[in-house]
Design a protein around this ligand. Structure first.
Ligand code: P6P
Length: 336
């Protein structure tokens, strides 16, 4: 097709920008693209097949496991195993990391942290959900992967991306050289470049937060919400509250239109709800690469030293000026 560049063509064209294991990372990204197409097929017909609802199981997060969570997890793990470029996977759905060490992956140099289906509680009500992935070069040399391969700071990511299964299905990723978005064209079964060099607006009019938790928010967050709701034409306030309950969809909208997404510490989630390795780090890498900002209200997300696989962190992420403003309020109440 004239003027259409597929994900595979783009990854190969851009691989010379990569400083390390160019071909391997390119193939890994294409393996993820394949799994995304397979999961998309099931997400799009979830109401027609017996894949809605829960499995009756509870995952390591203490959350109900949806049938589509299990399906998506299996598909991405299978694609990464078959691809041979990945020696380990840390998934939201698995308590421990998965070691991949067989004939085709014995020299694999990458590990992947994965949220196979984020926001899955929205599936049954036909609201956008997503997949989030984070790719690191393994820190250990040879043999099977170890925990330390996964406990690397977000600033060490080799690549990160997400798939949003929405009104259209998009794959957005970065390797540290800008952010590019690809829209799935079902007529040819390919992700096609549709959003080259994505840049998040420096400011916006949208704030995304679950205000139902207001009473247990830190005082700085309460003050920032009051700021968002004040009337001041010179700063385009009051802002609009938009909250889908699906991190990928909320951040994707803000990446395009401008805005801030906040999941702070709450009474029920004193260290925040969202996971560092496979939600906050990859989304922060992408937003920073698009010219935005991502912190825990005080410290850059990508500088946090991970201590455990499923650790959580508060997150303030989006348009730079909006995150900086929220941080001003947080610094007024450092411990509250
Ligand atoms: P709450 C979905 O379960 C998720 O992990 C994110 O996708 C989403 O932003 C957040 O949790 C929603 O959490 O507590 O507002 O329902």
């Amino acid at each position: 097709m004239i003027g259409i560049e597929t994900l595979d063509e783009f990854v190969i064209r851009k691989q010379d920008e990569l400083p390390y294991a160019k071909g391997e990372l390119s193939r890994l990204l294409r393996d993820i693209g394949l799994a995304a197409k397979i999961v998309n097929r099931e997400v799009n017909k979830a109401g027609l097949v017996d894949i809605l609802g829960t499995t009756g199981a509870i995952n390591v997060q203490g959350e109900e496991v949806k049938k589509l969570d299990v399906y998506a997890n299996k598909r991405f793990i299978a694609a990464l195993k078959l691809g041979g470029e990945c020696c380990g996977i840390a998934s939201e759905e698995n308590k421990d990391f998965i070691v991949i060490h067989d004939e085709i992956s014995k020299n694999a140099r990458y590990v992947v942290a994965l949220d196979p289906l984020d926001g899955s509680s929205n599936i049954d009500v036909n609201v956008s959900v997503g997949t989030i992935f984070s790719i690191y070069r393994r820190a250990s040399s040879g043999g099977t992967c170890i925990l330390e391969d996964f406990l690397q700071k977000g600033s060490q990511q080799a690549a990160a991306g997400y798939i949003v299964y929405g009104s259209s299905t998009m794959l957005v990723y970065t390797t540290g050289h800008g952010v590019n978005g690809f829209t799935l064209d079902p007529s040819i079964g390919e992700f096609c470049l549709s959003h080259p060099n994505m840049q998040i607006p420096k400011a916006g009019k949208i704030y995304s937060i679950n205000q139902g938790n207001f009473i247990s928010f830190p005082e700085g967050v309460k003050e920032y919400i009051r700021y968002c709701k004040q009337e001041d034409k010179t700063t385009n306030r009051p802002y609009s509250l938009r909250y889908i309950g699906s991190m990928v969809a909320d951040i994707h909208r803000n990446l395009i239109s401008g805005g801030i997404f906040i999941y702070p510490a709450t009474k029920d989630a004193p260290r925040g709800k969202l996971r560092l390795l496979y939600e906050c780090n990859p989304m922060s890498f992408i937003v920073e690469q698009a010219g935005g900002r991502a912190t825990d209200g005080f410290k850059r997300i990508l500088d946090i030293e991970p201590k455990e696989l499923h650790q959580r962190t508060p997150i303030f992420i989006g348009s730079e000026e909006m995150v900086l403003k929220a941080e001003e309020f947080m610094s007024d109440y450092p411990s509250a």
